[in-house]
Design a protein around this ligand. Structure first.
Ligand code: SAH
Length: 467
């Protein structure tokens, strides 16, 4: 097959103990020198002047510093050369001399004078990812590198070290290449790697040993549950961890409050199970959801339990993992942006403010048997913001109670409908007017109520969707 030609061949260079020459003494020279040192090279720097950082680095690694202009005698015994000066003639001379001596040379920002380029790197040693545009667009490379950085957990290196230590053992344990491949695929995408990502290296190692030793040649026995906060609606508000788990789960069990944009980011071929609840109309009772998670995990699945906002804020996350804990099923909890933070930010209402509110209180408006069992006296004390979740139905009752317990009937109130989504609507009023304003505007769930002086700030700070 005819493949398209490559401008460069990416290679990884072992520089441990090798002498490398840096020509130049400024910031750029320092950054290149730092890279070389990280790769274990011995440093030689030549430049009439040297910046502090580079000087310190040379001293710290007992490198050589020649305080003079470059000349070709300095190339003796070198393995690699980088020229980082702003003097065109010197750069050119270094390039010519290095080539004559058969040395790899890089002149910073000058591909024409170089025979190798230094790529942008994502360092998860021993995993190393190099990105390059062959000098055509450094900004594009930076953006791409940012994307890769965000996709790969910082602990990937640890995972690689761990599995590297057991490579030989696995080789002798499984005779066929297919078995080994499938073993590693399961380990690298399942609970063992998740343990490493969660910082539980020892547990991960124990599990790996057990998986190697277990006679069924299969590490997939029990699956895992990821209890993930999907945030208030805008998919861009997901955490990196949430996204990663969403893209590896086999089954997604999700609620009504998880926005379509967020569900769409789950792995395409993952099975989707909707267990949405509407108020007083529990589509799937909580106990059944708990059982479902256990059943799926016991069948070896990686189960994503995806919830709106944060799973530990009015999300029943605690109840769901309690049962997993009892059954010994591995799980992890990923926090999400709770709707109070999301709605407040996108409505231009800071929840605290030095002049208006020193504390914020999250309460549920879902009153049991419609009785008023909220701590009204505490709620009416000054300098706080109250955020009411699930408060749309009982909203009028809540306003009345706040007034009758002593809150100023002129206290500003905001209602945020479908917060953080393009359809977001916000209406504001006071404790005495907001009910009729909301009714006229036909505000529908999901909606969040914010009560407090901070609501006034919206006049100045409204930014989202403002025209
Ligand atoms: N665990 C969720 C809350 C679940 S309770 C969280 O941390 O956000 C459900 C309530 O959250 C809804 O009744 C509503 O009051 C609020 N809510 C969730 N998403 C919302 C959104 N996009 N806009 C407004 N309110 C929202």
């Amino acid at each position: 097959m005819n493949k398209s030609p490559m401008d460069y061949l990416p290679l990884f260079f072992d520089l441990k103990g090798q002498q490398c020459l840096i020509v130049g003494g400024g910031d750029v020279a320092y950054r290149k020198a730092d890279l070389l040192v990280r790769a274990g090279a011995k440093l030689r720097v030549v430049s009439p002047e040297i910046c502090d950082a580079l000087n310190k680095l040379v001293e710290a690694v007992s490198g050589e510093y020649y305080q003079k202009r470059y000349d070709s005698t300095l190339l003796a015994d070198m393995t690699l050369v980088i020229s980082a000066t702003d003097d065109v003639d010197i750069n050119q001379q270094v390039s010519i001399d290095a080539r004559v001596n058969g040395l790899p040379v890089n002149v910073v920002d000058n591909a024409g004078l170089s025979n190798f380029i230094v790529p942008a790197i994502v360092d998860r040693s021993p995993i190393m990812i190099a990105v390059s545009s062959g000098g055509k667009s450094p900004i594009l490379v930076r953006l791409l590198r940012g994307k890769i950085e965000s996709m790969i957990p910082a602990t990937y290196g640890l995972l690689c070290d761990l599995v590297g230590r057991y490579r030989d053992q696995v080789k002798s344990r499984f005779s066929s290449i297919e078995q080994r491949r499938s073993f590693w695929e399961i380990v690298l995408q399942g609970p063992i790697s998740e343990m490493v990502f969660a910082g539980k290296d020892e547990k991960a190692e124990d599990m790996l040993k057990e998986a190697i030793a277990s006679s069924d040649d299969n590490a997939s026995g029990v699956g895992e549950v990821y209890l993930v906060g999907g945030g208030p609606g805008d998919p861009d508000l997901l955490t990196f961890k949430a996204l990663r788990l969403m893209q590896q789960a086999d089954v997604v069990v999700y609620d009504r409050l998880v926005s379509t944009g967020v569900v769409d980011l789950c792995r395409r071929d993952a099975e989707r199970i909707y267990v949405g609840k509407a108020r007083s109309n529990h589509a799937v009772p909580q106990e059944e959801i708990n059982d479902l998670l256990v059943r799926l995990a016991n069948a070896g699945k990686r189960v994503l339990r995806l919830k709106g906002g944060d799973p530990f804020i009015f999300g029943r996350g605690g109840e769901e993992i309690e049962q997993l804990m009892v059954q010994g099923i591995p799980f992890q909890v990923v926090p999400g942006i709770t709707s109070a933070s999301g709605c407040a930010a996108y409505a231009g209402i800071p929840l605290t403010h030095r002049d208006y509110a020193q504390s914020v209180r999250f309460v549920t408006g879902h009153l049991k048997d419609d009785s008023c069992n909220l701590p009204w006296h505490e709620m009416v004390s000054g300098h706080q913001t109250i955020v009411i979740y699930m408060g749309l139905i009982t909203f009028e009752l809540i306003c009345e109670n706040l007034i009758s317990h002593g809150m100023d009937s002129e206290m500003p109130v905001a209602l945020v409908e479908k917060g953080t989504l393009p359809e977001q609507r916000v209406v504001t009023g006071t404790l005495s007017t907001i009910s009729s304003i909301a009714e006229k505007a036909e505000i529908k769930p999901p909606a969040l109520v914010i009560v407090g002086e901070v609501v006034k700030l919206r006049e100045k700070l409204n930014w989202y969707g403002a025209t």
